[in-house]
Design a protein around this ligand. Structure first.
Ligand code: SF4
Ligand code: SF4
Ligand code: SF4
Length: 282
C-alpha cells in the first residue's frame, strides 16, 4: 500500500485562518521528519500535517533536515489579547471595547514583557509562554477570562430606586440569577447579582439604574497539565484604569517570574495580595 507524506507532496500547508505558512518542527513526522507543531496547528485550525505511522514493512525515513525551501516560521507573538464583541455588536455588552483593546495593546507593548521573554528564552519562547489576556464586556465572559493569565470582565450592578417602581415584574423575568424581589418592596440581593444590567435594560420606570461599568480583574487561569481557574482581585477598575493596571501587573510578574514558570504559578506563589498592593499603590 502506498502512502504519500503530505510534506513530500510539495503542497504548501497554509493556515486556513490567516493564510500563513505553518510553524515547523516540534514533533517529527515518522516518514519525512518535518512537521508542524501540533499545538499550533490546532490553534490555527490547520489540517494536521502529521503522517500516520508507517504500515508494517513500510520503512520510516530518517529525519530530514529543514531545507531552504521551507517557508519561514511566522513570528510567535509575546502576548495574545482576546476581546469579545463588546457593545459594538453584542446586545449583552455593557461597554464598547475598541478603545479598551487599543489601550491594553499599548500597555503590553510598553511593558517589559517582550524583553522578559527574550531574556528568559533566548532560543525563542514557545506558544504557551505567551501572556494571554482576555476581556469580556459582560459577565457572560465569552472569551473565557477565567482560564487566561489575565482576565477582565465588565459588570454594572444597578442602583435601586424603589420609589419609582411600578411593580410591573419585567425585571424579575429578565434576571436569570433570581436576585430581585418585589415584596415588600423592590430589593436587589448583591450576593446573587452578577452585574449584567439586564434588569435595568427592561425597566421603563428607571427604578433600576445601571452605573458606568467597571471591570473585575482575574489572574492566573490556565489549561494544560495543571489547570486552574483565575482568581479575582478584590477591586474594580474603571475603563481608563485598565492600561496602567495591566502595566503594573506585568511589572510585578516580570520582576518575580522564574524561568519556565507559568504565569499562574507566579501568581499563586506571590499571592493575590501582592498584586492588589501593587495596583493600589501601597
Ligand atoms: S462576553 Fe458578553 S458582551 Fe462579550 S460577546 Fe459574550 S455576551 Fe456579548
Ligand atoms: S421593571 Fe422596573 S418598574 Fe417593573 S418591577 Fe422591575 S423595577 Fe419595578
Ligand atoms: S444586574 Fe443582572 S444579575 Fe443583577 S439583578 Fe439585574 S438582571 Fe439580576
Amino acid at each position: 500500500m502506498s502512502w504519500e507524506c503530505p510534506h513530500q507532496s510539495g503542497e504548501a500547508l497554509l493556515c486556513s485562518r490567516r493564510g500563513q505558512p505553518c510553524r515547523p518542527l516540534e514533533t517529527g513526522c515518522v516518514l519525512c521528519g518535518r512537521v508542524t507543531s501540533v499545538g499550533d496547528a490546532v490553534r490555527e485550525r490547520v489540517p494536521l500535517p502529521v503522517c500516520r505511522p508507517p504500515e508494517r514493512g513500510e520503512k520510516a525515513a530518517a529525519a530530514a533536515p529543514m531545507t531552504a525551501d521551507m517557508p519561514p516560521a511566522p513570528p510567535n507573538p509575546a502576548w495574545q489579547l482576546t476581546v469579545c464583541r463588546g457593545a459594538e455588536s453584542c446586545a449583552a455588552g455593557l461597554v464598547a471595547l475598541a478603545e479598551t483593546a487599543a489601550a491594553l495593546e499599548d500597555a503590553v507593548r510598553r511593558s517589559a514583557w517582550a524583553d522578559h521573554l527574550r531574556r528568559t528564552y533566548p532560543e525563542g519562547h514557545r506558544p504557551h509562554h505567551r501572556l494571554r489576556i482576555a476581556v469580556a464586556a459582560c459577565p457572560n465572559a465569552c472569551p473565557q477570562p477565567q482560564i487566561c493569565d489575565i482576565g477582565l470582565i465588565a459588570g454594572s450592578r444597578p442602583r435601586v430606586r424603589a420609589v419609582a417602581c411600578t411593580a410591573c415584574g419585567s425585571c424579575l423575568d429578565a434576571c436569570r440569577e433570581g436576585a430581585l424581589a418585589l415584596s415588600p418592596g423592590l430589593a436587589l440581593d448583591p450576593a446573587r447579582c452578577v452585574g449584567c444590567a439586564a434588569c435595568a435594560r427592561v425597566c421603563a420606570a428607571d427604578a433600576l439604574v445601571a452605573p458606568q461599568p467597571t471591570f473585575r480583574l482575574l489572574l492566573g487561569g490556565q489549561l494544560g497539565r495543571h489547570p486552574a481557574w483565575a482568581e479575582e482581585l478584590p477591586l474594580r477598575l474603571a475603563p481608563h484604569q485598565l492600561g496602567p493596571a495591566l502595566e503594573r501587573v506585568i511589572a510585578l510578574l516580570v520582576r518575580h517570574a522564574r524561568p519556565g514558570e507559568r504565569v499562574g504559578a507566579t501568581v499563586r506563589r506571590l499571592g493575590l495580595a501582592a498584586f492588589t498592593d501593587a495596583l493600589c499603590g501601597t
